[in-house]
Design a protein around this ligand. Sequence first.
Ligand code: URA
Length: 221
Amino acid sequence: MFKCFHMGFMFELLPDKNCGLCSRLAGFRCENRKKFPDQYNAPVPSFGLQDAQLLIVGLAPGLKGANFSGRPFTGDYAGELLYATLLAFGFAKGKYAAHKNDGLELVDAKITNAVKCVPPENKPTGEEIKACRSFLKREIEAMPKLKVILSLGLVSHNAVIVATGHKQSAFKFAHGARHNLGGGVTLIDSYHCSRYNTNTGRLTPEMFNDVFKLIGEDIAA
Ligand code: URA
């Protein structure tokens, strides 16, 4: 269990590697451990720096991507655009090579997922998102310099809104929208950089760049 000492308390930032909070996800994990014994197959920890100003929140690990590599978006199709953009905007350095030991480092950024375990069909249920929310909440609370949260997609947006103590109805998801979460933290929404969204043109690299320009402005402000 990865723990963080913050404000005098020990917080658990990641579910146990055999977490049983979600029986469906635990069952899927067991199946995958049998089928792919050499792969990571456990809740995927966040990647990056605790004292970063930017937190990127995805949906959940992809089966043969983050769930295999043990690093968010690593080996997933969605990671191609995400890491290329982070490198282009100076939020990463090194080279992204789709595996955990590629030496890539994040700069002033951290990446996590709303749900830490891989869900079947990439679709966590509402109950699973709720069960994982306390980990996201603690991760957010444990970032003392946090200025911007980038939510990739509606599920991430809603998870962040609730984890930060707000009402979903008061904050509508829209690509490129900025929401003031209080305490000096802004939430910026983007369509998820999934294969579906990028292949259909719902999210183009230019649109994603524009989101990162907004992030840069907020961090510089
Ligand atoms: N991989 C992740 O880690 N998160 C996503 O949201 C998608 C793929």
